[in-house]
Design a protein around this ligand. Structure first.
Ligand SMILES: Nc1ccn([C@@H]2O[C@H](COP(=O)(O)OP(=O)(O)OP(=O)(O)O)[C@@H](O)[C@H]2O)c(=O)n1
Ligand SMILES: C[C@](O)(CO)[C@H](O)COP(=O)(O)O
Length: 239
């Protein structure tokens, strides 16, 4: 596959975590959450370059993390925007400024420390089919749609439901166009694939990993700590 780069978004404030520091900087398994994510991309053979997006004012700290943990693939540390989507676009533009030859872009949440090179490679491989892919896992619970009064309004067929994660992989021109179109239309999505879907492009689901959790609330930190402990015990080969 041609050159692939990653945008790792780490500019959120972590309202739902309600901690003194943004959740992506809280140590788990002895390192800040986002460092685990960055290290997974360092170990991914198909990824050449990474843009790290941090909150405004955190650029020096971001660069310090890059230095301390020897993250050689990070080519840019830039500040993000008010919403995740704005942060992604800033990171993508910075990545392309430093590495204009990038053909494929992966977008990953800095708050997902348990991503593995296998998941990243599977997403890149699946994206080759239509130009876009997301890692997903089949939903295990029954999902209900409820109205504003908390009354069930419907039950979608579970066999067609997937919980979607990051990294999401795209042909770079497609992702850039999708973001620019969404910005022009004032459309805000909860993931990048939604923006590409609006262009009429089909998005392929790659096999995700139930352990690839997004650290969102305090119980997720405990879970991440336990899962990272187990992963480290498994050794590098099986990660
Ligand atoms: N303006 C934003 C908002 C979010 N993110 C990043 O997007 C990822 C997923 O977002 P989320 O889990 O919602 O993080 P927060 O916005 O920080 O959390 P909350 O919604 O609880 O405030 C995180 O890695 C977060 O740092 C970002 O880069 N820029
Ligand atoms: C992109 C994402 O991680 C896919 O599951 C998710 O939609 C991010 O949502 P958040 O509300 O910004 O955490």
């Amino acid at each position: 596959m041609a050159t692939a780069g990653a945008v790792i978004v780490s500019a959120g404030v972590g309202k739902r975590m309600n901690a003194a520091v943004s959740k992506q900087y809280i140590p788990v398994g002895g390192k800040p959450v986002v460092v685990h994510a960055l290290e997974a991309f360092e170990r991914t053979a198909s990824v050449d370059a990474v843009a790290l997006v941090v909150g405004a004012g955190d650029e020096a700290y971001g660069r310090e993390l890059v230095e301390t943990y020897g993250l050689r693939k990070v080519v840019a540390v830039v500040s993000g925007g008010a919403e995740r989507q704005h942060s992604v676009l800033r990171g993508l533009e910075a990545l392309l400024e430093r590495r204009p030859e990038t053909a494929w872009a992966l977008v990953h949440d800095g708050a997902r420390p348990l991503v593995t090179p296998d998941v990243v490679e599977r997403c890149l491989a699946a994206a080759a089919e239509t130009g876009a892919s997301v890692p997903g896992v089949p939903v295990k619970d029954t999902i209900k749609i409820a109205d504003a009064n908390g009354l069930v309004a419907g039950t979608p067929e579970r066999s067609s439901l997937w919980a979607v994660q990051t990294p999401q992989a795209f042909r770079v021109d497609l992702l850039l166009e999708a973001h620019r179109r969404a910005a022009a239309d004032g459309f805000l999505g909860t993931d990048d694939a939604m923006l590409v879907e609006r262009l009429g492009v089909r998005v392929k689901i790659a096999e995700g990993d139930y352990r690839n959790i997004k650290v969102t609330t305090p119980d997720d930190l405990e879970l991440a700590e336990r899962l990272l402990g187990k992963t480290e015990n498994m050794g590098e080969r099986e990660r």
